[in-house]
Design a protein around this ligand. Structure first.
Ligand code: GTP
Length: 389
């Protein structure tokens, strides 16, 4: 703060909105609204995603906004490394942004992301955590609360909760979901939405983040010993590698054997102390969630659609999320396919650009999936494949 060159910026810290919510809840849909609606403001967007081949970035609407992608499945590394660096880079260009929006991976605990804005002195001086906004998938919340603690934690930590996908549930189911959300977080502002359709004045510039409450939930919220979770110098986690030359990666291979970091979703290390009602179990949980990134050439739609239907019907319960950009042979437009469990949807997105490689990319995130089989049957949908699976 005393640094004279930064005084002007320090006077008006840049608000930061953190978007959280489980896989497929509607974060990108909300982000696209923020980037598309005319509010006269300019936002810098930071996206952290779990799948490695950069699908999320492709699903964000094209806009003038600057988008920073952080492709790694390991939020702690991101938080202590990339995020601070990206934010510091943004801060060096004052006046260009009215706000920063951070979209976290659906598996992330928002706590370490929020902490970042308090730990690094420089970042702390120039930014202000405005609100943590959690998206909830009304249809799948009951399931999520059974199988993943992240979903609950994301709600607990939020200042604003959007109960989204109201179109997929009955009014009775919705009322139950709302009660559950209220029980997990008695103070959050709650809105019910379809397609993340909320008046943006309810989401942005809220001045809602409450440090007191964060400390109540987690008395260690501001402790610098969280820094222990930084990946060590021996961590072979490649923070910038997009994995383009590999067909698939299991995400529990992110950090090397010498990495002091207990991954893989070690955002779990906060759970022991941030909600009293959690048992103090192993910091590692949800290790069963893995992702596969598939790449192929142009697809035959007569093979691809029945395949994706079949796989989501048979494997639906295990598929937390699927998303991809598909190149269909003879089709001038990119096709986006997205799914959560058994619900799949798809649409043309935009024409392929000149020189853009017409390839198909698909990410599955789930449990107990037979990745070899999925990959093989996916490749069999290619227009050039000899025998369909
Ligand atoms: N039926 C229905 N579908 C929705 C709604 N909101 C979003 N979707 C769809 O749900 C899927 C996931 O939405 P996204 O906005 O990509 O979700 P996300 O939280 O960004 O997903 P991840 O980045 O994978 O965690 C997409 O196919 C959306 O079109 C809604 O209110 N109703």
């Amino acid at each position: 703060m005393t640094d004279q060159t930064t005084e002007a910026q320090a006077a008006k810290p840049i608000p930061v909105t953190v978007l959280t919510g489980y896989l497929g809840a509607g974060k990108t849909t909300l982000l696209n609204r923020i980037l598309s609606e005319s509010h006269g403001k300019k936002y810098a967007v930071i996206v952290n995603e779990f799948g490695e081949i950069g699908i999320d970035n492709d699903l964000i609407v094209e806009s003038d906004e600057e988008i920073y992608e952080m492709n790694n499945g390991c939020v702690c590394c991101t938080v202590r490394g990339d995020l601070i660096r990206v934010v510091e880079g943004l801060m060096r260009r004052p006046g260009r942004f009215d706000g920063i929006i951070v979209e976290t991976t659906g598996l992330a605990d928002p706590v370490p992301v929020a902490q970042t804005f308090f730990m690094d002195d420089d970042v702390r001086a120039k930014t202000e955590l405005d609100a943590v906004v959690a998206l909830v998938d009304a249809k799948h919340l009951p399931l999520r609360l059974k199988d993943s603690r992240e979903a609950e934690d994301q709600i607990a930590f939020a200042d604003v909760v959007l109960i989204n996908k109201t179109d997929l549930v009955t009014p009775e189911e919705l009322a139950i979901v709302e009660d559950v959300v209220r029980a997990i977080n008695p103070t959050a502002r709650i809105y019910k939405t379809s397609r993340s359709g909320v008046d943006l004045s309810r989401v942005l510039d809220q001045g809602a983040f409450n440090l007191e409450r964060a400390l109540e939930n987690d008395p260690h919220f501001l402790d610098h010993d969280h820094e222990d979770h930084v990946c060590g110098p021996d961590c072979d986690h490649d923070h910038h590698h997009h994995g383009h030359d590999h067909h698939h990666h299991d995400h529990d291979h992110t950090c090397g054997p010498d990495c002091g970091h207990d991954h893989h979703h070690d955002h779990g290390h906060h759970h022991g102390h941030h909600h009293g009602h959690h048992d103090s179990m192993s910091p590692i949980h949800d290790i069963t969630v893995k992702s596969i990134s598939l790449r192929g050439g142009e697809m035959n739609p007569d093979r691809f659609f029945p395949w994706v239907q079949k796989i989501t019907q048979t494997e639906g319960p295990n598929i937390l999320r699927l998303k991809g950009i598909i190149a269909f042979a003879g089709d001038e437009e990119r096709y986006v396919v997205q799914g959560v469990h058994m619900i799949v949807e798809g649409d043309h997105q935009r024409p392929w650009k000149d020189g853009e490689k017409r390839e198909s990319r698909l990410v599955f995130i789930g449990r107990n999936l037979d990745f070899a089989k999925i990959e093989q049957s996916f490749l069999a949908c290619q227009a050039t494949a000899k025998t369909p699976a």
